[in-house]
Design a protein around this ligand. Structure first.
Ligand code: IVH
Length: 699
């Protein structure tokens, strides 16, 4: 960096200051990215993060020569490519051979040992094991610590250039962490993954926008990475887990002796690596590790399909080399797919909260990957017809990532004679009213708003985890209260007393007390997001509820929003917006809301800012001096218009509103060039049409 000098021009001095600041900001932003995305331990608020981030963007805009490849400002994407270029890998990216049993695994180890007779057991009995990640392999090149290129595996010889897209992946370092020295050039290999949670919410988003959904997280990750518009990739929250190296060019630097040391370096440089990685020293340990990972399989946040074992000694690795398609020093021990055969006793129909009739397979209980299974989902009428499933069929079921298994199909050879094809019911099995299959929908629905099943499910949903998340109010009790006629709407739950509850069989004093206390707690402190999610508005899940709660002050504000206004919000398309409007246009819903208001269950939201129509959306305002009206009133008005009210003057402040006798805040704001308004000007601003600006958070 240039030195400061007495003889520098003011411009040069400013440039120098900016350079120092930019470099500090980058380190800070990356540090907070890491705290937020990798360690789940943020140290600062989103707002403070935004401020740092924005300052960096502004400085890079003002001084284009300070822009660098490793700046975290690349993480939001934005580059739009005309097509994906391809480029050869400097070192081929091999696949892995598979084994499927401990016998095959031991045979693989023996073959390796025979190929390397001079290597003793201390070398051949030391394998680095980690989960086989079910994503998409990718190779990142770093030159002198800075990421310069990313290639997909492609066919192993030639990959697609996905550098810009990979820069948006927040858990990978754009610049290697630590002080170095760094290799002149090094290739880091690993897997790009989409976590299950993100995959599910992406599919929900896609569905509500009427766009195609992805079959599994791997496809979703691949589709998201191979985007020409990297802004799309940035929204998809991909992750990179590093597990090996490609070409290394590091003259004068000590090479790694073991794979364990490689993994240590990767961690030190700021990469996330596959969890649970460890050394296995005997066949016994390797088998235990395999079983251990299989037991963890469903609880990991991403999908894995086996274990990869790599000979730990790097010299021995090199000596063993590769076959035409895979290394001789590494192998994947794949999980066996969890399939089983059992009898489909009956296809029963459940009525969900939205009236959808869902077919459920009632099975002869069978063990599947160590879990007893007696039910499986059948999705809808078309699925049953496609599989030609009949009651009393022998069926093959499979558990994928989820706990609820899928029915793959009947075993036709084992089909008893005379089974009739399944007739999907066209009436609601609970209330008997006619069901309808709406155009373009796969589901049959009970359209009776008063269907007991629909009411029961909606009330259970209201307090469930996906709703208000009231701890201590179990579905069982809610069902009992409904069955007895005491509760007919979710609002009734809040009027149930401890004494009433205790008259129910098996409800003790303590549980009854907990039940009432939990509802009271929810009544007074539920967030707007949970409240909206609890209402069960069609197409409005937790994610959309969050968006709405961030943008609207309360249900009154949401009720006033038009379809057009709603569609300005992230991820809200015409269908979701229409469904929200339809909710408010239904009298019974409005009555229900009035009951909640009367009960005092009326949460406030608007955490991020009010509607984008708000005149001060995304702006930061501070009041100072003696004002002619209560400060709280001004605060509410500002927040209602979408502003954040700050507590001190800083560069990120947009307006300082001054009353009589302002103090030092005014001087400071003037020094920083911040807009200063009197009360009248502020009121005028409030009534101006909104800027529609969006306060983006990169974190
Ligand atoms: S190591 C020479 N470790 O699986 C060994 N690969 O089906 C290089 N994969 O193309 C790879 N998880 O991309 C390694 N923990 C892991 C892995 C892993 C997934 C990929 C790898 C390979 C593919 C083979």
């Amino acid at each position: 960096m240039d030195q400061f000098s007495l003889f520098d021009s003011p411009e040069k001095k400013e440039h120098n200051r900016a350079e120092a600041r930019v470099s500090w900001l980058r380190r800070e932003v990356e540090r907070h990215n890491r705290l937020y995305h990798q360690l789940d331990a943020p140290e600062i608020t989103d707002e403070a993060y935004d401020a740092l981030y924005r300052e960096l963007v502004e400085l890079e805009e003002k001084f284009p020569d300070l822009r660098t490849l490793d700046s975290p400002t690349h993480r939001v994407g934005g580059a739009v490519l005309p097509y994906l270029e391809t480029r050869p890998h400097r070192e081929r990216m091999y696949g892995l051979d598979n084994v499927f049993s401990s016998g095959e695994w031991e045979a693989f180890v023996q073959k390796a040992s025979r190929a390397l007779p001079e290597a003793g057991p201390e070398i051949m009995d030391s394998w680095w094991a980690d989960p086989k990640l079910d994503g998409l392999a990718c190779e990142l090149a770093y030159e002198n610590g800075v990421m310069v290129q990313a290639l997909t595996r492609g066919d192993g010889e030639v990959g697609e250039v996905v550098t810009e897209a990979m820069r948006t992946v927040r858990n990978l370092p754009l610049r290697l962490a630590g002080t170095g020295p760094f290799p002149r050039r090094i290739e880091i290999r690993g897997e790009v993954l989409m976590f299950r949670k993100e995959f599910e919410s992406l599919n929900r988003r896609q569905e509500s926008l009427g766009q195609k959904t992805f079959a599994n997280p791997r496809n979703a990750a691949a589709g998201s990475l191979r985007q020409l518009d990297t802004g799309v990739t940035a929204q998809r929250k991909l992750r990179f887990l590093a597990y090996s190296l490609g070409e290394v060019d590091a003259p004068g630097m000590k090479d790694w002796e073991t794979h364990a040391q490689v993994m240590e370096s990767l961690t030190r440089w700021g990469f996330d690596t596959p969890p649970e990685g460890r050394l296995c020293r005997t066949a016994e340990e390797s088998r235990e590790y395999y079983e251990h990972l299989e037991s963890l399989r469903d609880s990991l946040p991403f999908e894995i399909d086996g274990v990869v074992y790599k000979l730990n000694d790097r010299e021995a690795q090199a000596a063993l080399g590769f076959t035409a398609r895979a290394p001789r020093f590494a192998v994947a021990w794949k999980f066996t797919s969890r399939k089983a055969e059992t009898r489909l006793k009956k296809i029963s129909i459940q009525v969900g909260r939205t009236g959808v009739l869902t077919p459920v397979a009632e099975l002869e209980p069978v063990s599947l990957g160590g879990v007893m299974v007696s039910r499986a989902t059948l999705h809808n009428e078309d699925e049953i017809r496609r599989l030609d499933l009949r009651e009393n069929d022998v069926v093959v079921i499979q558990r994928a990532g989820d706990v609820i298994p899928d029915v793959l199909g009947p075993v036709l050879e084992k089909r008893p004679e005379g089974l009739a094809p399944f007739e999907f019911p066209h009436v609601c099995p609970v209330c008997g009213s006619p069901a309808r299959r709406l155009e373009g929908e796969a589901a049959w629905r009970c359209l009776n708003l008063a269907c007991p099943a629909v009411i029961m499910r909606s009330i259970v949903h209201f307090v469930s985890k996906a709703g208000l998340d009231v701890d201590g109010v179990g579905a069982k009790w809610v069902e009992a209260l409904i069955a007895s006629g005491r509760v007919k709407s979710p609002a009734d739950l809040f009027t149930v007393t401890r004494e009433e509850l205790m008259s129910y069989e098996r409800m003790g004093e303590v549980s009854a007390g907990n039940f009432v206390a939990a509802l009271e707690q929810a009544r007074t402190s539920a967030s707007l997001m949970r409240f909206i999610a609890a209402l069960g508005i069609r197409q409005v899940g937790e994610q959309t509820a969050r968006t709405l709660a961030e943008h609207f002050a309360d249900m009154d504000a949401l009720e006033k929003a038009s379809v057009e206004e709603l569609m300005l919000l992230p991820d809200i398309g015409p269908e979701v917006a229409g469904s929200i409007r339809a909710f408010f246009e239904t009298d019974s819903n409005r009555e229900l809301l009035e009951r909640f208001r009367a009960l005092g269950l009326w949460p406030k939201g608007g955490e991020k800012s009010a509607g984008r129509g708000g005149a001060l959306a995304g702006k930061k305002v501070l009041f100072t001096g003696t004002l002619s009206r209560p400060r709280d009133e001004y605060r509410r008005q500002a927040e209602g218009a979408g502003a954040n009210v700050a507590s001190s003057v800083s560069k990120t402040l947009d307006y300082l509103v001054v009353g009589a006798n302002p103090g030092s805040k005014l001087d400071k704001a003037r020094a920083l060039g911040i807009a200063v308004l009197d009360e009248e000007a502020f009121m005028a601003l409030l009534s101006a049409p909104g800027s529609g600006e969006k306060g983006g958070q990169a974190g």
